[in-house]
Design a protein around this ligand. Structure first.
Ligand code: MG
Ligand code: MG
Length: 255
């Protein structure tokens, strides 16, 4: 069931989303060659705590997970697509890092992800990240009343496939509100004009993922959480929480 949010609820979600943006900004600022993923997590956690928010990631245990998630960030490096667990790994020059973060404030959840390069970027990594961001922008632009879920999915998939990148199968965005994952699902590929009609008050986490090798398959690492590309190619991820309003899409996880 899709819950439509009131204008007041969307304002409350905007405040949760702002905390997410601030936490991601702090983690990105902390990222440098030699810094560990645990240090990035600590930087994000400090922001969430100081804002009086909590983390919907910490202790999260969906059906596929062997253990509760132990951190406030997902930190996915190089061939890790999503759901990487921050650990003592120290960042190296040229690493492609994707950070995914959530915050719960006054009972409302925000969810956002960024990808960036530590140190000197390889041009092919910069292009991968730029494509994930452009796919996100295209998905957001399609998140308007009168369109359907399939129009968002089609907009995202078109950008990714134009670049011959892979789109990880069975993963995508989701409705969001008092829970991090609500209906409807928002696939990263689909047919225009299909699926649920978009209505004012729907709030969606839109989150394209792309893989450089062009393949859509992946596997879980031994930790049971981290998803890695099967061909070892690098991946990028970008995400915003977006409200559909009569005045157009509104990004709730901007700074
Ligand atoms: Mg996320
Ligand atoms: Mg999400």
């Amino acid at each position: 069931m899709v819950e439509l949010k009131t204008e007041q609820s969307i304002e409350a979600m905007r405040e949760a989303g702002r905390v997410v943006a601030q936490a991601l900004t702090a983690a990105r600022k902390a990222a440098a060659v030699g810094v560990s993923l645990l240090e990035l997590d600590a930087a994000a956690h400090a922001v969430i705590r100081e804002a009086g928010a909590t983390s919907p990631f910490l202790g999260y245990k969906p059906h596929f997970a062997p253990t509760p998630f132990p951190a406030v960030l997902c930190a996915s490096v190089n061939d890790a697509i999503v759901h990487g667990i921050p650990d003592s790994y120290r960042l190296r020059d040229g690493d492609l890092v994707s950070l995914d973060c959530g915050a719960t404030l006054d009972g409302w959840v925000g969810d956002s992800a960024i990808s960036f390069i530590v140190g000197r970027p390889r041009p092919e990594d910069a292009r991968l990240i730029e494509t994930a961001e452009r796919a996100l922008a295209a998905g957001i632009a399609a998140a308007v009343v009168g369109n359907r879920i399939g129009d968002i999915a089609h907009a995202i998939g078109t950008v990714c496939r134009q670049e011959k990148y892979g789109v990880p199968e069975d993963f995508g965005g989701h409705g969001i509100g008092r829970q991090m994952h609500e209906d409807p699902g928002v696939p990263n590929e689909g047919r225009p004009g299909r699926g649920m009609p978009l209505r004012p008050g729907m709030v969606l986490a839109i989150e394209p993922m792309v893989t450089a090798g062009g393949r859509d398959d992946y596997h879980a690492a031994p930790d049971g959480w981290t998803l890695r590309t099967n061909d070892g190619s690098r991946a990028a991820h970008a995400e915003h929480t977006v409200a559909i309003t009569k005045d157009g899409p509104r990004i709730l996880t901007a700074l």
